[in-house]
Write a protein that binds this ligand. Sequence first.
Ligand code: ZN
Length: 180
Amino acid sequence: MSLLNIIVEGDPRLRQKAHRIRTVDDSIRRLAADMHDTMLDAPGIGLAAPQVGMLLRLIVVHLPAGYEKPEDPQHTYTLVNPEVVKSQGRVLGYEGCLSIPGWTGEVPRSRRVTVKAVGLDNRPLRIKAEGWLARALQHEIDHLDGVLFIDRVEDKSTIQPIPEDEEIEGPVEAAALAEG
Ligand code: ZN
């Protein structure tokens, strides 16, 4: 297991457009595995390659079972070249970001999305998501275009430091304060 350094806001690499991955090879698989370890260690529920300084269109997402509702299954994804191909509805929710540690803000997102991507086996994937999975996917895909959640906050007064006494396991990528 190898932990990667997560870069934070102010680093210009977070503001660049990441490159498409032509073929998934062992170096991409290794990077994805290290990103997964780094995300779990942080702890976070998602991580995009630019956050570890790699300008590649690669994201990992991990929502533990029961994340939103007790019956929710665990979701773990590694997505290469992910893109939102369909979106529906609109919903507000608080997000955080491992690259903006200690801060949260209320972000409007599509309620439901369909994401097209390629898996680590080079096969095409299609994911229909709603709720926190949909939010996490939109947050991570934004990173690939140099967009941070604070850019999407409409009511800037909702951007606030996460209180020290909140029962939060560190800064949680794309997670709600209410989930604390
Ligand atoms: Zn983020």
